[in-house]
Design a binder for this molecule. Structure first.
Ligand SMILES: O=C(CO)[C@@H](O)[C@H](O)COP(=O)(O)O
Length: 228
């Protein structure tokens, strides 16, 4: 494979040391930060909002911040995250009454836009908006919590998404999220993913003998993905 982006999900980071955790994981070789926004309505958990994204920017984080909105409705929060410095904003089609409008709001605000597909959500939502999509995010767990196991049917869905992206001829990133580990990332990359969210696989494997804490696990994830 050519592209391989590792996007640590800060859902599994130590929130009391969030700035340092983000700094460390980026210094360890991660390519971007995955920012999971949960509302206790669309998903049964509650995390953080745009002020935390803004706080990371104020802390000095310049890396790509990839915001995954697990909220319903989505439109009102899009402006908040654009103002807070999000580079990529993705949302679930089930949570927007007007998918085309939500994608336009993100793109007109200067960010990249994407749709997120739960394990049982069909990719057909892409059919009439492919020209506005910069990222397709395939959930390989039901969203809401870190530390769940990869759902194997996501592999077929990744292959389907890869075929749609290649047929579009557009530069669209194919991201996968949920249960990505060192021992399955090669198979997931072979199915077509180029951007890999990993929460517990990274933040639960901090090593005090690594210069930045996460060097070994980020290196191992990239090395395994490169074998695909
Ligand atoms: O969006 C979500 C969960 O809803 C994910 O980003 C998880 O945070 C991934 O965690 P791991 O499965 O990698 O531990």
């Amino acid at each position: 494979m050519t592209d391989c982006r590792i996007a640590p999900s800060i859902l599994s980071a130590d929130f009391a040391r969030l700035g340092a955790e983000v700094e460390n994981v980026l210094a360890s070789g991660a390519d971007m930060i995955h920012f999971d926004v949960m509302d206790n309505h669309f998903v049964p958990n509650l995390t953080f909002g745009a002020p935390v994204c803004k706080a990371l920017r104020n802390y000095g984080v310049t890396a790509t911040i990839d915001v995954h909105l697990m909220v319903d409705p989505v439109d009102r929060l899009i402006g908040d995250f654009l103002d807070a410095g999000a580079d990529i904003i993705t949302f679930h089609p089930e949570a927007s009454a007007h998918i085309d409008r939500s994608l336009s709001l993100i793109k007109e605000g200067g960010a990249k836009a994407g749709l997120v597909f739960n394990p049982a959500t069909p990719l057909a939502y892409l059919d009439y908006v492919m020209d506005k999509i910069d990222m397709v995010l395939i959930m390989s767990v039901n969203p809401g919590f870190g530390g769940q196991s990869f759902i194997p049917t996501a592999l077929d869905k990744l292959r389907d998404a890869r075929a749609r992206i290649d047929a579009s001829g557009r530069d669209i990133w194919l991201e996968v999220d949920g249960g990505v580990k060192v021992d399955n990332i090669k198979e997931i990359a072979a199915a077509g993913a180029d951007t890999f969210v990993a929460g517990s696989a990274i933040f639960n494997h901090r090593r005090d003998d690594d210069p930045n804490g996460y060097d070994s696990v980020v290196r191992d994830l990239k090395a395994e993905a490169a074998k695909a």
